[in-house]
Write a protein that binds this ligand. Structure first.
Ligand SMILES: Nc1nc2c(ncn2[C@@H]2O[C@H](COP(=O)(O)OP(=O)(O)OP(=O)(O)O)[C@@H](O)[C@H]2O)c(=O)[nH]1
Length: 399
């Protein structure tokens, strides 16, 4: 395998453009911690502080709830997908004993909140306002430990889903049948079938067969967790059909086999063209992103650590020994396009690059529309707050 890596250059010679891009994607730098970038867009609560009642924040950032019994793997999933923690390090994670909220805003599309619920919390304690929680939720991920006896988890899943559905019929219910690395292939399929059957039977018995549950086999020890999270996130992206359309047009006019639009930091793919996704292809793309970022971190930064491991100049070509070429190009500050191209099609690299230029422009236009929408919603929300009452109940307008 030979590889030619485009080394990212430090930003800055065209400051105006950079500014515009910051404006478009508007959010955190690669090295920024989660949530750090949202201060401007979201005047909501600080990270970790509960505020279930801010309709603006949930509208702009769909909320994903991570729930499940104790030790099912919720915190590990969050750490591995969004914090680059290595799977073996999760062995030392302490049990979560309070609700943790995190704003994941490393790209303007992957711009949502995750709430990790400690397994032992009595969720249906009357003093705990679950209605408020479910009202603003986009997706509820319920994690089931497949290596454990899952009967209790299934009962909990049923209770959670039925309560949540009563409050909000728009929630996507996603069930992660987790830790499948410990199961044989046959056992995996059998476990999925059994959990699927029991969970749906329970719903049918309660007359709630209209609730749709999606099931995924996941493990933090391979790419399945990234793939599952990609699908969960994609369902929350309203612009998904537009992105898919753009990708379809791009690949069909460029002789490309497959293309993924990746969020570089989390390696979640936020869109792909409509040809089927093959797990191996996806894994190769993830590995390519890792290689590019690792090489950039080692050789791309200045001696004082200045510069970013991923920027406008980031590009990479990896030729595989099976006449396939992997081609990575920067789309926005946080998104990269990774394509699979046959060697013979890659001879027309000029055409691919021209089409990519048009594709990139179109993606930026989609971002612009979104940013305008976010800004106008924020202005509206501010106006509403002004018209509202002061904390002691006096209408603000009278002051
Ligand atoms: N084999 C395997 N173990 C996993 C996987 N995911 C998590 N674990 C392990 O499961 C254990 C519990 O993980 P946590 O992430 O702390 O579980 P949790 O659901 O957040 O637990 P609470 O905070 O108590 O609610 C840890 O030892 C992890 O290493 C997986 O995919 N496969």
């Amino acid at each position: 395998m030979s590889q030619v890596l485009g080394k990212p250059q430090p930003q800055g010679e065209d400051g105006g453009d950079d500014e515009e891009e910051d404006e478009l994607v508007g959010l955190a730098g690669y090295e920024d911690g989660p949530g750090s970038s949202d201060a401007e867009l979201d005047s909501g609560p600080e990270e970790g502080v509960l505020d279930f009642s801010d309709p603006f924040s949930t509208e702009v950032k769909p909320r994903i709830l991570l729930m499940g019994l104790r030790r099912s793997g919720k915190s590990s999933i969050q750490k591995v997908v969004f914090h680059k923690m290595s799977p073996s390090e999760t062995l030392f994670l302490e049990s979560t004993n309070k609700i943790c909220r995190e704003d994941v805003s490393n790209s303007s599309f992957v711009n949502f909140q995750i709430w990790d619920f400690p397994g032992q919390i009595d969720f249906f304690d009357p003093t705990f306002d679950y209605e408020m929680i479910f009202r603003g939720t986009g997706a509820l991920i319920f994690v089931i430990d497949s290596q454990d006896d899952y009967m209790e988890a299934l009962a909990r899943l049923h209770l959670t889903v039925t309560r949540a559905y009563k409050v909000n019929t728009d929630i996507n219910f996603e069930v992660f049948i987790h830790k499948v690395d410990g199961l044989s292939d046959d056992h995996k399929i059998e476990t999925q079938r059994d959990i699927h059957q029991r969970a749906n039977d329970d719903l049918a018995d309660a007359g709630l067969e209209k609730i749709h549950l999606s099931f995924y086999l996941t493990s933090i020890y391979d790419h399945s967790i990234f793939e599952a999270f990609s699908k969960v996130v994609q369902k929350l992206i309203p612009q998904l059909p537009t992105l898919e359309n753009l990708l379809n047009i791009f690949i069909s006019n460029s002789g490309i086999e497959k293309a993924f639009l990746f969020d570089v930091v989390s390696k979640i793919y936020i869109a792909t063209d409509s040809t089927p996704v093959d797990m191996q292809t996806y894994e190769l793309c993830c590995d390519m992103i890792d290689v590019v970022i690792d090489i950039s971190c080692i050789y791309g930064l200045k001696e004082d650590g200045a510069g970013a491991p991923y920027d406008k100049e980031s590009t990479a070509i990896i030729k595989l020994n099976n006449t396939t070429v992997l081609y990575l190009k920067e789309v926005t500050k946080f998104l990269a396009l990774v394509c699979f191209v046959r060697e013979e099609s890659f001879e027309r690299k000029g055409l691919i690059d021209y089409n990519f230029h048009c594709f990139r422009k179109a993606i930026h236009e989609v971002f612009e529309v979104r940013m305008k929408m976010v800004k106008s919603r924020k202005a509206q929300s501010r106006l509403q707050k002004k018209k509202g009452t002061t904390p002691n109940g006096t209408p603000r307008m009278l002051l």
